[in-house]
Design a protein around this ligand. Structure first.
Ligand code: ZN
Length: 294
């Protein structure tokens, strides 16, 4: 199996969640062994998607070079990863990936339009060799060795509409598009109001998030899935783990995980070479794994 990139340049525009201003996004092909690279055309910053370049994980995953940053990369990365794209240049003319509808759908549509192209170099996979876990009180995120990658997430919100939700997602591109990509981010009205009073989340609206007050969902259309909340957490986890820079052969499990725990997990994995092995996809036993990106 060879590395891939997008076949065509595609562009779109949407508003940034935090500043509420329109941002243009362009996806372009990139040569092998470059990975996922972001470029901010307004300030001339280039930054690779990797755990070492993460600068903030409050509310969203943010990467930067110490001077400039790009916020809310996780939904786009989730789609790029699930489409099996190894190398891609993402050009933005602002400090955020547009929020679109709060899910991965728009990015999947862009990637469908861009299509996938094989490159000459072999693809690698990151195989988890032993359990790695990070915790924060009762909250945890962990990966375990497996033959078939999966994401198992549980949330427990003291809210009448959310409550306890658990979802086990057996990963494949097809299942991602059907079960996960459409799940929107969510927030509570009181948090949105607080953030907006501080000049944040200015683009936040019922068009790009599920918003809840203390009792109910405020979006007139309701939910896309009854368990949309936990499915979105899986969408986020796939995007956050995509920062590892290769398809990850692991079972991921989390209770009440966050961008921060996911980020700590990627760092913990890379800290000890005994935790993982990067292997060429040509190895026969991984042939089944590559089919998940078909
Ligand atoms: Zn999210």
């Amino acid at each position: 199996m060879k590395q891939t990139t997008v076949a065509n340049r595609v562009e779109s525009v949407g508003i940034g969640l935090h500043k509420g201003e329109p941002i243009e996004i362009i996806l372009e092909p990139l040569e092998a062994n470059n990975g996922i690279v972001f470029y901010r055309s307004d300030v001339g910053m280039s930054v690779k998607a990797s755990p070492g370049n993460v600068v903030n994980t409050n509310n969203a995953t943010v990467i930067g070079d110490g001077q400039n940053y790009i916020s809310t990369i996780e939904h786009l990365l989730s789609a790029v990863y699930s489409y099996g794209i190894d190398n891609i240049l993402i050009i933005l003319n602002g400090a955020e990936v547009p929020v679109m509808d709060g899910s991965g759908t728009s990015f999947c549509m862009m990637l469908d339009e861009a299509q996938r192209r094989e490159l000459d170099e072999n693809k690698s996979v990151l195989i988890i060799k032993r359990e790695v876990e990070v915790t924060d009180g009762k909250k945890f995120a962990r990966v375990k060795p497996t033959k078939k990658p999966s994401y198992n997430f549980e949330i427990d919100f003291p809210h009448p509409v959310i409550g306890k939700q658990n979802y086990q997602f057996i990963f494949s591109k097809k299942a991602y598009i059907e079960e996960i990509s459409k799940a929107r981010t969510f927030g509570f009205l009181k948090d949105v109001q607080y953030l907006q009073s501080r000049g944040l989340a200015l683009g936040g609206s019922l068009d790009n998030a599920i918003v809840l007050d203390d009792k109910k969902i405020l979006n007139p259309g309701g939910l896309r899935f009854k368990d949309e909340f936990v499915k979105h957490k899986i969408l986020d986890a796939i995007g956050d783990l995509a920062l590892l820079g290769a398809p990850v052969l692991a079972d991921y499990e989390s209770f009440a995980g966050s961008h921060n725990l996911n980020h700590l997990l990627t760092k913990e994995i890379l800290k000890d070479p005994k935790n993982y092995e990067v292997r060429d996809f040509a190895m026969i036993e991984e042939l089944e794994f590559i089919e998940v990106f078909a």
